[in-house]
Design a protein around this ligand. Structure first.
Ligand code: NAD
Ligand code: MG
Length: 391
């Protein structure tokens, strides 16, 4: 029996995690569930999974207590605020933490889980892009096990040799696949008029709003290139991206002898979630099997700078001073939020990101406080860029 904390349990990854957990009541017990503001959904999850703790933003804590009382849920204690997220991630009862908060807000609880040696299931890619090598050191120092949940990185992890000690010796490069998102074939000149609804309508995956917009700009793949660099310790030039619109191959590893290993499956996040939960074993995920006879052709194309300039910021940030990936992540969070609130044009998200990355040359962050200060500084600069790009 493993005891779990699910950070961001009301989101797309959080709810799919609970879907897998519910299939295996003998294997997993829920210790804590957390959400930012969806009181009713969190209360419903508490009724079903009976966690010891439920964490929500302080402003909604009383409402959650009332909702739990109304449902007759007596065994769940409500905690409020960001510090409580760290507490339920680090509690001694917990074996594994699903990190499914979106954005930089997830860094501190991820680090708390890492420092207390948990099995850390990382969906929250922004936390790693912000924390970078320092985050990986915290994982090592805490004796934690970091398992990627992002489908591409789960695919790579499944294809890589078992021992990380031989990765550098055997692996020539990794190839991340990208679906191309909803605008793969749209005239780049027409992207100015894209609405949040259009950007969030992904052809293959149903996801939270932020990652959906990132998929449409391909900043999601840029974040994933950076994520792969830190996770697998490969040089930026050993990481490649190919567009594969069917999302059947989730990523590939090319060995020194030019043999290529790929991981395939239907586009269903419950597969990498189940793999992270059960690793190194395998459990039922609820996903449909691939049907090769009905699948049709798989196709591939190279991403171009003209259509997807955001992608190339990944290598630019990795070539910059330590902390540059944190700057890029912060700018993008600000730009995406402004776009979702209809304060920034879709085609100017890139301008804000590139402009902020250029404007700020960070000094090496040392520790969580430094990283959060750098994140705040980059956000302030991105806000200034927003003014510049206002209609
Ligand atoms: P989502 O928006 O659906 O859910 C986010 C969750 O985080 C919610 O439970 C929300 O309450 C919580 N949250 C948001 N802001 C918070 C804050 N400031 N403090 C505490 N909690 C907060 O997002 P999602 O699509 O589930 O994505 C979660 C993470 O997983 C992201 O980092 C995303 O990039 C990554 N990811 C998602 C998918 C997917 O298919 N959805 C795939 C790969 C990776
Ligand atoms: Mg992904």
């Amino acid at each position: 029996m493993q005891t779990l904390t699910v950070l961001g349990s009301t989101g797309s990854i959080g709810t799919q995690t609970l879907d897998v957990v519910a299939r295996h009541p003998q294997r997993y017990r829920v210790f804590a569930l957390t959400a930012q503001e969806r009181v009713e959904e969190l209360a419903q999850q508490c009724q079903r999974f009976q966690p010891r703790y439920a964490v929500i933003a302080q402003a909604h804590a009383d409402a959650l207590r009332q909702a739990l009382q109304a449902r007759g849920v007596g065994g769940t204690e409500v905690l409020g605020g960001p510090q409580a997220l760290c507490e339920v991630a680090a509690a001694p009862e917990v074996d594994a933490v699903m990190a499914a908060i979106v954005g930089a807000a997830g860094l501190a609880p991820c680090v708390a889980a890492a420092r207390s040696g948990k099995k850390l299931l990382l969906a929250n890619k922004e936390a790693l892009v912000l924390g970078g090598e320092w985050f990986m050191q915290a994982v090592r120092a805490g004796g934690a096990t970091l398992l990627p949940i992002d489908s591409e990185h789960s695919a790579l992890f499944q294809c890589l040799p078992e021992s990380p000690l031989v990765w550098a010796q055997r692996v020539e490069k990794i190839i991340l696949t990208a679906s191309g998102g909803p605008f793969r074939q749209r005239d780049p000149a027409s992207l100015a008029s894209v609405t949040p609804e259009q950007a969030c309508a992904h052809p293959n995956w149903v996801m939270g709003q932020k990652i959906s917009v990132d998929s449409a700009t391909m900043m999601n793949k840029a974040l994933e290139v950076i994520e792969a660099h830190y996770l697998f310790g490969l040089a930026p030039e050993q990481i490649e991206v190919v567009i594969h619109p069917q999302s059947v191959i989730h990523s590939m590893v090319q060995m020194r002898d030019r043999s290529v290993l790929a991981q395939l499956g239907t586009p269903d996040m419950r597969v990498p979630i189940a793999y992270g939960l059960s690793w190194p074993e395998r459990i039922e995920s609820g996903a449909e099997a691939l049907d090769f006879a009905r699948m049709g052709a798989l196709s591939f194309e190279a991403p171009t700078r003209e259509r997807f300039p955001a992608l190339f910021l990944a290598w630019e940030a990795l070539a910059g001073p330590v902390g540059s990936t944190a700057v890029l992540n912060a700018a993008n969070e600000v730009a995406v939020q402004a776009f979702l609130q209809r304060r920034l044009r879709f085609d100017r998200i890139h301008a804000v990101n590139a402009g902020t990355l250029q404007a700020l040359s960070p000094s090496k962050p040392n520790g969580l406080e430094d990283l959060l200060a750098l994140d705040a500084q980059a956000r302030a600069l991105a806000q200034a860029q927003l003014q510049r790009w206002k209609d």
